[in-house]
Design a protein around this ligand. Structure first.
Ligand code: 3NM
Length: 523
Protein backbone atom coordinates (compact mmCIF):
# COMPACT_ATOMS: atom_id res chain seq x y z
CA UNK A 1 0.00 0.00 0.00
CA UNK A 2 1.66 3.21 -1.21
CA UNK A 3 0.90 6.73 0.01
CA UNK A 4 -0.38 7.72 -3.43
CA UNK A 5 -2.55 4.63 -4.09
CA UNK A 6 -6.12 5.81 -4.62
CA UNK A 7 -8.45 5.00 -1.73
CA UNK A 8 -11.52 2.87 -2.31
CA UNK A 9 -14.20 4.65 -0.26
CA UNK A 10 -17.00 2.12 -0.93
CA UNK A 11 -17.34 0.87 2.63
CA UNK A 12 -15.90 3.28 5.15
CA UNK A 13 -15.94 1.98 8.72
CA UNK A 14 -15.94 4.53 11.55
CA UNK A 15 -15.14 2.87 14.85
CA UNK A 16 -16.93 3.27 18.16
CA UNK A 17 -15.85 1.00 21.00
CA UNK A 18 -18.92 1.84 23.09
CA UNK A 19 -21.17 -0.08 20.69
CA UNK A 20 -19.38 -3.46 20.63
CA UNK A 21 -21.75 -6.43 20.68
CA UNK A 22 -19.93 -9.29 22.42
CA UNK A 23 -16.68 -9.41 20.44
CA UNK A 24 -13.60 -7.42 21.44
CA UNK A 25 -12.75 -4.25 19.55
CA UNK A 26 -9.86 -5.82 17.65
CA UNK A 27 -11.90 -8.93 16.76
CA UNK A 28 -14.69 -6.68 15.51
CA UNK A 29 -12.27 -4.62 13.43
CA UNK A 30 -10.67 -7.71 11.90
CA UNK A 31 -14.04 -9.30 11.10
CA UNK A 32 -15.18 -6.07 9.47
CA UNK A 33 -12.02 -6.00 7.35
CA UNK A 34 -12.51 -9.64 6.31
CA UNK A 35 -16.11 -8.70 5.43
CA UNK A 36 -14.88 -6.10 2.96
CA UNK A 37 -14.44 -2.72 4.69
CA UNK A 38 -12.26 -0.63 2.35
CA UNK A 39 -11.17 2.21 4.66
CA UNK A 40 -11.18 2.62 8.45
CA UNK A 41 -11.47 5.77 10.56
CA UNK A 42 -10.55 5.49 14.21
CA UNK A 43 -12.90 7.67 16.20
CA UNK A 44 -12.13 7.90 19.93
CA UNK A 45 -14.16 10.69 21.45
CA UNK A 46 -13.69 9.70 25.10
CA UNK A 47 -10.08 8.44 25.23
CA UNK A 48 -7.04 10.26 26.51
CA UNK A 49 -3.99 10.58 24.31
CA UNK A 50 -2.23 7.45 25.57
CA UNK A 51 -5.29 5.26 25.07
CA UNK A 52 -6.08 6.74 21.63
CA UNK A 53 -2.47 6.15 20.59
CA UNK A 54 -2.55 2.53 21.69
CA UNK A 55 -5.86 1.84 19.91
CA UNK A 56 -4.55 3.56 16.80
CA UNK A 57 -1.33 1.50 16.83
CA UNK A 58 -3.18 -1.78 17.27
CA UNK A 59 -5.72 -0.84 14.60
CA UNK A 60 -2.97 0.18 12.19
CA UNK A 61 -1.25 -3.20 12.54
CA UNK A 62 -4.48 -5.03 11.65
CA UNK A 63 -5.39 -2.65 8.81
CA UNK A 64 -1.89 -3.06 7.35
CA UNK A 65 -2.38 -6.83 7.30
CA UNK A 66 -5.50 -6.38 5.18
CA UNK A 67 -3.92 -3.56 3.15
CA UNK A 68 -6.71 -1.19 4.16
CA UNK A 69 -5.91 2.51 4.73
CA UNK A 70 -6.36 3.97 8.20
CA UNK A 71 -7.64 7.47 8.91
CA UNK A 72 -7.61 9.18 12.31
CA UNK A 73 -10.48 11.31 13.52
CA UNK A 74 -9.48 14.86 14.60
CA UNK A 75 -5.98 14.17 15.95
CA UNK A 76 -3.13 15.03 13.60
CA UNK A 77 -0.57 14.11 16.29
CA UNK A 78 -1.96 10.55 16.50
CA UNK A 79 -2.15 10.30 12.70
CA UNK A 80 1.53 11.27 12.49
CA UNK A 81 2.53 8.97 15.34
CA UNK A 82 1.03 5.86 13.71
CA UNK A 83 1.83 6.83 10.13
CA UNK A 84 -1.86 6.87 9.22
CA UNK A 85 -2.98 7.46 5.66
CA UNK A 86 -4.89 10.57 6.66
CA UNK A 87 -7.08 12.56 9.05
CA UNK A 88 -10.76 13.29 9.23
CA UNK A 89 -11.66 16.77 10.45
CA UNK A 90 -14.83 18.35 11.75
CA UNK A 91 -15.94 21.89 10.89
CA UNK A 92 -14.49 23.25 14.14
CA UNK A 93 -11.18 21.34 13.94
CA UNK A 94 -7.93 22.56 12.44
CA UNK A 95 -8.37 24.18 9.00
CA UNK A 96 -7.54 21.94 6.04
CA UNK A 97 -4.68 24.14 4.78
CA UNK A 98 -2.94 23.96 8.19
CA UNK A 99 -3.52 20.20 8.46
CA UNK A 100 -2.14 19.82 4.94
CA UNK A 101 1.14 21.48 6.00
CA UNK A 102 1.48 19.27 9.07
CA UNK A 103 0.67 15.95 7.41
CA UNK A 104 3.12 14.21 5.05
CA UNK A 105 2.69 14.81 1.34
CA UNK A 106 0.04 12.57 -0.21
CA UNK A 107 -1.97 12.28 3.02
CA UNK A 108 -5.74 12.11 2.73
CA UNK A 109 -7.69 14.89 4.42
CA UNK A 110 -11.43 14.62 4.79
CA UNK A 111 -14.00 16.87 6.39
CA UNK A 112 -17.56 16.50 7.69
CA UNK A 113 -20.11 18.69 5.90
CA UNK A 114 -23.73 19.34 6.79
CA UNK A 115 -24.67 21.99 4.22
CA UNK A 116 -24.00 23.07 0.65
CA UNK A 117 -21.95 26.03 1.98
CA UNK A 118 -19.70 23.66 3.89
CA UNK A 119 -19.30 21.50 0.78
CA UNK A 120 -18.31 24.60 -1.24
CA UNK A 121 -15.76 25.58 1.39
CA UNK A 122 -14.35 22.03 1.44
CA UNK A 123 -14.03 22.30 -2.31
CA UNK A 124 -12.14 25.59 -2.07
CA UNK A 125 -9.83 24.20 0.63
CA UNK A 126 -9.10 21.19 -1.57
CA UNK A 127 -10.27 18.47 0.78
CA UNK A 128 -9.67 14.98 -0.59
CA UNK A 129 -13.09 13.80 0.48
CA UNK A 130 -16.19 14.99 2.29
CA UNK A 131 -18.33 13.11 4.79
CA UNK A 132 -21.91 14.25 4.14
CA UNK A 133 -24.34 13.92 6.98
CA UNK A 134 -26.01 13.13 9.09
CA UNK A 135 -28.35 11.68 6.46
CA UNK A 136 -30.79 10.26 8.99
CA UNK A 137 -31.15 10.39 12.73
CA UNK A 138 -28.66 8.18 14.56
CA UNK A 139 -28.20 6.85 18.08
CA UNK A 140 -24.43 6.79 17.64
CA UNK A 141 -23.72 10.51 17.83
CA UNK A 142 -25.62 13.34 19.45
CA UNK A 143 -26.54 15.48 16.48
CA UNK A 144 -26.35 19.24 16.77
CA UNK A 145 -27.93 19.85 13.36
CA UNK A 146 -31.05 18.56 11.66
CA UNK A 147 -30.38 15.49 9.45
CA UNK A 148 -29.93 16.47 5.80
CA UNK A 149 -32.17 13.69 4.45
CA UNK A 150 -31.59 11.88 1.19
CA UNK A 151 -32.82 14.85 -0.83
CA UNK A 152 -30.47 17.21 1.04
CA UNK A 153 -27.66 14.79 0.28
CA UNK A 154 -28.54 14.94 -3.42
CA UNK A 155 -28.19 18.73 -3.45
CA UNK A 156 -24.83 18.55 -1.63
CA UNK A 157 -23.56 16.03 -4.18
CA UNK A 158 -24.58 18.40 -6.96
CA UNK A 159 -22.35 21.04 -5.34
CA UNK A 160 -19.41 18.68 -6.02
CA UNK A 161 -20.07 18.56 -9.77
CA UNK A 162 -16.91 18.86 -11.77
CA UNK A 163 -14.59 18.30 -8.81
CA UNK A 164 -12.37 15.35 -7.99
CA UNK A 165 -13.41 15.34 -4.34
CA UNK A 166 -14.72 11.99 -3.15
CA UNK A 167 -17.97 11.84 -1.22
CA UNK A 168 -19.23 9.47 1.44
CA UNK A 169 -22.56 9.70 3.24
CA UNK A 170 -22.86 9.09 6.96
CA UNK A 171 -25.56 8.81 9.62
CA UNK A 172 -28.20 6.14 10.10
CA UNK A 173 -27.00 4.12 7.09
CA UNK A 174 -27.84 0.42 7.14
CA UNK A 175 -27.98 -2.35 4.56
CA UNK A 176 -31.78 -2.05 4.66
CA UNK A 177 -31.88 1.62 3.61
CA UNK A 178 -28.91 1.65 1.22
CA UNK A 179 -31.03 1.22 -1.91
CA UNK A 180 -33.14 4.20 -0.89
CA UNK A 181 -29.99 6.22 -0.14
CA UNK A 182 -28.30 5.54 -3.47
CA UNK A 183 -31.47 5.86 -5.57
CA UNK A 184 -32.49 9.14 -3.93
CA UNK A 185 -29.10 10.84 -4.08
CA UNK A 186 -28.10 9.67 -7.52
CA UNK A 187 -28.60 11.75 -10.59
CA UNK A 188 -27.14 11.26 -14.02
CA UNK A 189 -25.90 14.82 -14.04
CA UNK A 190 -24.11 14.90 -10.72
CA UNK A 191 -21.41 13.38 -8.64
CA UNK A 192 -22.73 10.13 -7.11
CA UNK A 193 -21.61 8.77 -3.76
CA UNK A 194 -18.19 7.13 -3.72
CA UNK A 195 -19.01 5.28 -0.55
CA UNK A 196 -20.96 4.98 2.65
CA UNK A 197 -19.62 5.52 6.16
CA UNK A 198 -21.11 3.25 8.76
CA UNK A 199 -20.70 2.81 12.50
CA UNK A 200 -23.44 0.86 14.28
CA UNK A 201 -24.60 -1.36 11.42
CA UNK A 202 -21.13 -2.98 11.56
CA UNK A 203 -19.72 -2.32 15.03
CA UNK A 204 -22.90 -3.22 16.94
CA UNK A 205 -23.73 -6.21 14.70
CA UNK A 206 -23.52 -9.68 16.29
CA UNK A 207 -21.58 -10.76 13.17
CA UNK A 208 -19.56 -7.75 11.91
CA UNK A 209 -18.09 -9.76 9.02
CA UNK A 210 -21.53 -10.65 7.66
CA UNK A 211 -22.77 -7.10 8.25
CA UNK A 212 -19.83 -5.66 6.29
CA UNK A 213 -20.28 -8.21 3.48
CA UNK A 214 -23.94 -7.32 3.14
CA UNK A 215 -23.30 -3.56 3.15
CA UNK A 216 -20.51 -3.89 0.59
CA UNK A 217 -22.40 -6.14 -1.83
CA UNK A 218 -25.53 -3.99 -1.48
CA UNK A 219 -23.58 -0.79 -2.11
CA UNK A 220 -21.95 -2.22 -5.23
CA UNK A 221 -25.29 -3.56 -6.50
CA UNK A 222 -27.07 -0.25 -5.83
CA UNK A 223 -24.42 1.69 -7.68
CA UNK A 224 -24.64 -0.70 -10.62
CA UNK A 225 -28.45 -0.37 -10.62
CA UNK A 226 -28.18 3.44 -10.49
CA UNK A 227 -25.87 3.42 -13.50
CA UNK A 228 -27.84 0.84 -15.47
CA UNK A 229 -29.57 1.74 -18.70
CA UNK A 230 -33.27 2.61 -18.49
CA UNK A 231 -34.92 0.51 -21.18
CA UNK A 232 -38.17 2.50 -21.18
CA UNK A 233 -36.37 5.39 -22.88
CA UNK A 234 -36.37 3.38 -26.13
CA UNK A 235 -40.12 2.74 -26.27
CA UNK A 236 -42.37 4.68 -28.62
CA UNK A 237 -45.70 6.18 -27.55
CA UNK A 238 -47.54 3.18 -29.10
CA UNK A 239 -45.30 0.69 -27.29
CA UNK A 240 -45.95 2.51 -24.00
CA UNK A 241 -49.70 2.27 -24.67
CA UNK A 242 -49.28 -1.48 -25.35
CA UNK A 243 -47.39 -1.85 -22.06
CA UNK A 244 -50.09 0.12 -20.21
CA UNK A 245 -52.73 -2.26 -21.56
CA UNK A 246 -50.67 -5.31 -20.65
CA UNK A 247 -50.44 -3.90 -17.12
CA UNK A 248 -54.22 -3.30 -17.06
CA UNK A 249 -54.79 -6.96 -17.96
CA UNK A 250 -52.07 -7.93 -15.48
CA UNK A 251 -54.02 -6.35 -12.59
CA UNK A 252 -57.03 -8.50 -13.49
CA UNK A 253 -55.13 -11.76 -13.76
CA UNK A 254 -52.64 -11.23 -10.93
CA UNK A 255 -55.14 -9.76 -8.45
CA UNK A 256 -52.41 -7.99 -6.41
CA UNK A 257 -53.05 -6.92 -2.85
CA UNK A 258 -52.93 -3.13 -2.65
CA UNK A 259 -52.16 -1.74 0.76
CA UNK A 260 -53.65 1.72 1.17
CA UNK A 261 -53.20 4.19 3.99
CA UNK A 262 -55.71 6.76 2.91
CA UNK A 263 -58.08 9.36 4.22
CA UNK A 264 -61.42 8.78 5.89
CA UNK A 265 -63.37 10.69 3.22
CA UNK A 266 -62.54 8.28 0.40
CA UNK A 267 -61.61 5.02 2.07
CA UNK A 268 -64.70 3.12 0.92
CA UNK A 269 -64.72 4.29 -2.70
CA UNK A 270 -60.96 3.74 -2.96
CA UNK A 271 -61.39 0.14 -1.79
CA UNK A 272 -64.24 -0.35 -4.29
CA UNK A 273 -62.37 1.09 -7.26
CA UNK A 274 -59.45 -1.20 -6.38
CA UNK A 275 -61.78 -4.20 -6.51
CA UNK A 276 -63.23 -2.95 -9.79
CA UNK A 277 -59.74 -2.88 -11.30
CA UNK A 278 -59.28 -6.52 -10.35
CA UNK A 279 -56.93 -5.89 -7.41
CA UNK A 280 -57.50 -6.57 -3.74
CA UNK A 281 -57.50 -3.65 -1.26
CA UNK A 282 -56.31 -3.72 2.32
CA UNK A 283 -56.86 -0.46 4.16
CA UNK A 284 -54.58 -0.95 7.19
CA UNK A 285 -52.97 1.85 9.19
CA UNK A 286 -51.34 0.33 12.30
CA UNK A 287 -47.53 0.71 12.30
CA UNK A 288 -47.19 -2.74 13.90
CA UNK A 289 -48.54 -4.37 10.72
CA UNK A 290 -46.40 -2.53 8.17
CA UNK A 291 -43.56 -5.01 7.96
CA UNK A 292 -45.89 -7.98 7.33
CA UNK A 293 -48.09 -6.05 4.91
CA UNK A 294 -45.10 -4.91 2.85
CA UNK A 295 -44.24 -8.55 2.19
CA UNK A 296 -47.81 -9.52 1.39
CA UNK A 297 -48.89 -6.64 -0.82
CA UNK A 298 -48.00 -5.71 -4.37
CA UNK A 299 -47.84 -1.97 -3.71
CA UNK A 300 -48.52 0.67 -1.10
CA UNK A 301 -50.51 3.88 -1.49
CA UNK A 302 -49.94 6.65 1.02
CA UNK A 303 -52.52 9.41 0.84
CA UNK A 304 -52.11 12.13 3.47
CA UNK A 305 -55.64 13.58 3.36
CA UNK A 306 -57.29 13.87 6.82
CA UNK A 307 -53.85 13.41 8.36
CA UNK A 308 -54.15 12.31 11.99
CA UNK A 309 -51.54 11.75 14.66
CA UNK A 310 -52.24 8.01 14.77
CA UNK A 311 -51.56 7.60 11.01
CA UNK A 312 -48.14 9.26 11.01
CA UNK A 313 -46.08 6.33 12.25
CA UNK A 314 -47.90 3.96 9.90
CA UNK A 315 -46.96 6.19 6.96
CA UNK A 316 -43.35 6.41 8.11
CA UNK A 317 -43.03 2.67 8.60
CA UNK A 318 -45.19 1.70 5.61
CA UNK A 319 -42.91 3.44 3.11
CA UNK A 320 -39.78 2.18 4.84
CA UNK A 321 -40.87 -1.44 4.73
CA UNK A 322 -42.30 -0.98 1.24
CA UNK A 323 -38.84 0.08 0.02
CA UNK A 324 -37.15 -2.72 1.95
CA UNK A 325 -39.51 -5.28 0.34
CA UNK A 326 -38.89 -3.76 -3.14
CA UNK A 327 -42.54 -2.81 -3.56
CA UNK A 328 -43.63 0.37 -5.34
CA UNK A 329 -44.86 3.11 -3.05
CA UNK A 330 -47.24 5.74 -4.43
CA UNK A 331 -47.51 9.06 -2.62
CA UNK A 332 -50.58 11.25 -2.91
CA UNK A 333 -49.72 14.43 -0.95
CA UNK A 334 -53.36 15.55 -0.64
CA UNK A 335 -53.66 19.20 0.37
CA UNK A 336 -49.96 19.40 1.29
CA UNK A 337 -50.07 23.19 1.02
CA UNK A 338 -52.95 23.48 3.49
CA UNK A 339 -50.75 23.59 6.60
CA UNK A 340 -47.11 23.74 7.70
CA UNK A 341 -47.70 20.46 9.50
CA UNK A 342 -48.54 18.62 6.25
CA UNK A 343 -45.61 20.29 4.47
CA UNK A 344 -43.05 19.26 7.03
CA UNK A 345 -44.49 15.76 7.36
CA UNK A 346 -44.36 15.13 3.60
CA UNK A 347 -40.83 16.49 3.58
CA UNK A 348 -39.92 14.04 6.33
CA UNK A 349 -41.53 11.14 4.44
CA UNK A 350 -39.70 11.97 1.23
CA UNK A 351 -36.40 12.08 3.09
CA UNK A 352 -36.95 8.70 4.67
CA UNK A 353 -38.43 6.57 1.91
CA UNK A 354 -38.55 6.69 -1.86
CA UNK A 355 -41.84 6.75 -3.75
CA UNK A 356 -42.04 5.23 -7.22
CA UNK A 357 -44.79 7.67 -8.21
CA UNK A 358 -45.98 10.97 -6.76
CA UNK A 359 -49.37 12.15 -7.98
CA UNK A 360 -50.96 15.46 -7.20
CA UNK A 361 -52.70 18.51 -8.59
CA UNK A 362 -50.84 21.68 -9.54
CA UNK A 363 -51.18 23.24 -6.08
CA UNK A 364 -49.88 20.12 -4.30
CA UNK A 365 -46.96 19.53 -6.62
CA UNK A 366 -46.01 23.21 -6.55
CA UNK A 367 -45.61 22.95 -2.78
CA UNK A 368 -43.42 19.86 -3.14
CA UNK A 369 -41.26 21.64 -5.69
CA UNK A 370 -41.02 24.75 -3.50
CA UNK A 371 -42.66 26.78 -6.28
CA UNK A 372 -45.18 29.57 -5.72
CA UNK A 373 -46.44 29.41 -9.29
CA UNK A 374 -49.53 27.24 -8.79
CA UNK A 375 -51.87 28.13 -5.97
CA UNK A 376 -54.05 25.90 -3.82
CA UNK A 377 -56.89 26.28 -1.39
CA UNK A 378 -57.30 23.38 1.04
CA UNK A 379 -57.15 20.23 -1.08
CA UNK A 380 -58.13 21.98 -4.34
CA UNK A 381 -55.78 23.49 -6.84
CA UNK A 382 -56.83 26.92 -8.00
CA UNK A 383 -54.33 27.60 -10.77
CA UNK A 384 -51.95 25.69 -13.00
CA UNK A 385 -48.43 26.12 -14.34
CA UNK A 386 -47.36 28.21 -17.29
CA UNK A 387 -45.04 25.40 -18.39
CA UNK A 388 -46.35 22.12 -16.92
CA UNK A 389 -44.12 20.09 -19.23
CA UNK A 390 -40.83 21.32 -17.85
CA UNK A 391 -42.30 21.46 -14.35
CA UNK A 392 -43.10 17.72 -14.24
CA UNK A 393 -39.81 16.83 -15.85
CA UNK A 394 -37.79 18.83 -13.32
CA UNK A 395 -39.75 17.52 -10.36
CA UNK A 396 -39.39 13.92 -11.56
CA UNK A 397 -35.62 14.49 -11.72
CA UNK A 398 -35.53 16.07 -8.29
CA UNK A 399 -37.62 13.40 -6.60
CA UNK A 400 -36.16 10.53 -8.67
CA UNK A 401 -39.59 9.11 -9.48
CA UNK A 402 -42.53 9.30 -11.86
CA UNK A 403 -44.53 12.50 -11.46
CA UNK A 404 -48.21 12.57 -12.33
CA UNK A 405 -49.68 16.07 -12.46
CA UNK A 406 -53.48 15.92 -12.58
CA UNK A 407 -55.72 18.54 -14.15
CA UNK A 408 -57.79 19.01 -17.27
CA UNK A 409 -54.78 17.64 -19.09
CA UNK A 410 -52.79 15.16 -17.03
CA UNK A 411 -49.00 15.22 -17.40
CA UNK A 412 -46.75 12.29 -16.61
CA UNK A 413 -42.95 12.33 -16.61
CA UNK A 414 -40.09 10.08 -15.63
CA UNK A 415 -37.65 13.00 -15.77
CA UNK A 416 -36.69 12.32 -19.38
CA UNK A 417 -39.97 12.18 -21.28
CA UNK A 418 -43.32 13.87 -20.78
CA UNK A 419 -46.72 12.52 -21.81
CA UNK A 420 -49.94 14.56 -21.92
CA UNK A 421 -53.25 12.74 -21.42
CA UNK A 422 -56.49 14.43 -22.37
CA UNK A 423 -59.24 11.98 -21.45
CA UNK A 424 -61.74 12.60 -18.65
CA UNK A 425 -65.11 14.16 -17.95
CA UNK A 426 -65.94 17.30 -15.91
CA UNK A 427 -68.05 15.17 -13.54
CA UNK A 428 -64.76 13.83 -12.11
CA UNK A 429 -64.19 17.30 -10.70
CA UNK A 430 -67.66 17.43 -9.15
CA UNK A 431 -67.30 14.40 -6.86
CA UNK A 432 -65.07 14.06 -3.85
CA UNK A 433 -62.14 11.69 -4.04
CA UNK A 434 -61.67 11.25 -7.80
CA UNK A 435 -57.99 12.11 -7.32
CA UNK A 436 -57.78 9.70 -4.40
CA UNK A 437 -59.34 6.94 -6.51
CA UNK A 438 -56.73 7.67 -9.16
CA UNK A 439 -54.09 7.05 -6.48
CA UNK A 440 -55.59 3.59 -5.91
CA UNK A 441 -55.49 2.94 -9.68
CA UNK A 442 -51.84 4.04 -9.91
CA UNK A 443 -50.85 1.82 -6.97
CA UNK A 444 -52.70 -1.17 -8.47
CA UNK A 445 -51.06 -0.70 -11.86
CA UNK A 446 -47.62 -0.22 -10.29
CA UNK A 447 -48.11 -3.47 -8.36
CA UNK A 448 -48.87 -5.39 -11.56
CA UNK A 449 -45.99 -3.69 -13.41
CA UNK A 450 -43.61 -4.69 -10.62
CA UNK A 451 -44.82 -8.31 -10.64
CA UNK A 452 -44.68 -8.55 -14.45
CA UNK A 453 -40.94 -7.77 -14.54
CA UNK A 454 -39.04 -10.75 -15.82
CA UNK A 455 -35.82 -9.54 -14.25
CA UNK A 456 -33.78 -11.98 -12.26
CA UNK A 457 -31.23 -9.49 -11.03
CA UNK A 458 -33.05 -7.31 -8.53
CA UNK A 459 -30.19 -6.78 -6.10
CA UNK A 460 -29.54 -3.10 -5.53
CA UNK A 461 -32.81 -2.02 -7.09
CA UNK A 462 -35.41 -0.12 -5.17
CA UNK A 463 -38.18 -2.23 -6.66
CA UNK A 464 -38.06 -5.19 -9.03
CA UNK A 465 -37.66 -2.55 -11.76
CA UNK A 466 -41.31 -2.23 -12.75
CA UNK A 467 -42.34 -0.01 -15.64
CA UNK A 468 -44.10 2.64 -13.58
CA UNK A 469 -44.25 5.17 -16.42
CA UNK A 470 -46.60 2.90 -18.42
CA UNK A 471 -48.38 1.94 -15.18
CA UNK A 472 -49.18 5.58 -14.37
CA UNK A 473 -50.33 6.21 -17.95
CA UNK A 474 -52.54 3.07 -17.88
CA UNK A 475 -54.06 4.06 -14.52
CA UNK A 476 -54.99 7.55 -15.73
CA UNK A 477 -56.46 6.19 -18.97
CA UNK A 478 -58.54 3.61 -17.11
CA UNK A 479 -60.16 6.07 -14.75
CA UNK A 480 -60.60 8.94 -17.21
CA UNK A 481 -61.95 6.80 -20.08
CA UNK A 482 -64.33 5.07 -17.64
CA UNK A 483 -65.50 8.55 -16.55
CA UNK A 484 -66.28 9.47 -20.15
CA UNK A 485 -68.30 6.26 -20.58
CA UNK A 486 -70.10 6.75 -17.25
CA UNK A 487 -71.08 10.29 -18.20
CA UNK A 488 -72.93 9.05 -21.31
CA UNK A 489 -75.40 7.11 -19.13
CA UNK A 490 -78.94 8.45 -19.01
CA UNK A 491 -79.91 10.55 -15.98
CA UNK A 492 -76.39 10.53 -14.55
CA UNK A 493 -75.95 12.81 -11.51
CA UNK A 494 -73.19 13.40 -9.01
CA UNK A 495 -74.31 10.59 -6.69
CA UNK A 496 -74.93 7.96 -9.34
CA UNK A 497 -71.74 8.95 -11.17
CA UNK A 498 -69.52 7.44 -8.45
CA UNK A 499 -71.25 4.04 -8.65
CA UNK A 500 -71.45 4.00 -12.45
CA UNK A 501 -67.79 5.04 -12.65
CA UNK A 502 -66.84 2.03 -10.56
CA UNK A 503 -69.00 -0.21 -12.82
CA UNK A 504 -67.38 1.22 -15.95
CA UNK A 505 -63.89 0.62 -14.57
CA UNK A 506 -64.79 -3.01 -13.89
CA UNK A 507 -66.25 -3.47 -17.39
CA UNK A 508 -63.63 -1.51 -19.31
CA UNK A 509 -62.12 -3.44 -22.21
CA UNK A 510 -58.51 -3.07 -23.32
CA UNK A 511 -59.61 -2.36 -26.92
CA UNK A 512 -61.79 0.50 -25.66
CA UNK A 513 -58.78 2.02 -23.90
CA UNK A 514 -56.71 1.71 -27.06
CA UNK A 515 -59.48 3.25 -29.18
CA UNK A 516 -60.30 6.18 -26.90
CA UNK A 517 -56.88 6.99 -25.43
CA UNK A 518 -55.79 10.58 -25.98
CA UNK A 519 -52.11 10.22 -25.13
CA UNK A 520 -49.42 12.32 -26.67
CA UNK A 521 -45.72 12.39 -26.08
CA UNK A 522 -44.80 16.05 -25.62
CA UNK A 523 -41.07 15.76 -25.00
N1 3NM B 1 -20.72 11.51 12.15
P1 3NM B 1 -24.31 5.27 12.51
S1 3NM B 1 -23.17 10.98 12.03
C1 3NM B 1 -19.75 9.63 13.43
O1 3NM B 1 -23.10 13.72 10.73
C2 3NM B 1 -20.87 10.32 12.80
O2 3NM B 1 -20.96 13.81 10.65
C3 3NM B 1 -21.86 11.98 11.70
O3 3NM B 1 -23.33 6.40 13.06
C4 3NM B 1 -21.98 13.26 10.98
O4 3NM B 1 -23.71 4.72 11.27
C5 3NM B 1 -22.18 9.87 12.82
O5 3NM B 1 -24.34 4.27 13.61
C6 3NM B 1 -22.67 8.61 13.43
O6 3NM B 1 -25.65 5.92 12.33
C7 3NM B 1 -23.08 7.59 12.40
Amino acid sequence: MQMDDPIDFSLYLVTDRSLLAGKTYLETLEQALIGGVTVVQIREKDSDTAEFLQIAQESKAICDRYKVPLIINDRIDIALAVDARGVHLGQSDMPINVARKLMPEGSIIGISCNSVDEVCRARESKADYVGLGSVWDTQTKRLTKVPIGVRGLGVMLEALDGSEIKAVAIGGIKSTNLARLIHGSWSHTSHGLDGVAVVSDIVAAPDPKKAAQLLKSTFIACKKAALSFDRTSLWSRDEILDKAITIMEGVRTLNPVIHQITNVVVSNQSANITLALGASPIMATAPEEMSDLAKLSGALLINIGTLRAESLEGMRKGGYYGNAAKKPVVLDPVGVGASDFRKSFVNELLNSWQPSVIKGNAGELAVLAGSSEAASRGVDSTAGFKDPVSFVKQLARKERCIILLTGETDYISDGKRVFALKNGHPLLGKITGSGCMLGSCVASYCAAANILVKAVDIEGKLTRGGDFLSAAIGAVLTLTIASELAATRKDIGIGSFVSILIDEVAALQPETVRRLAKVEEIE
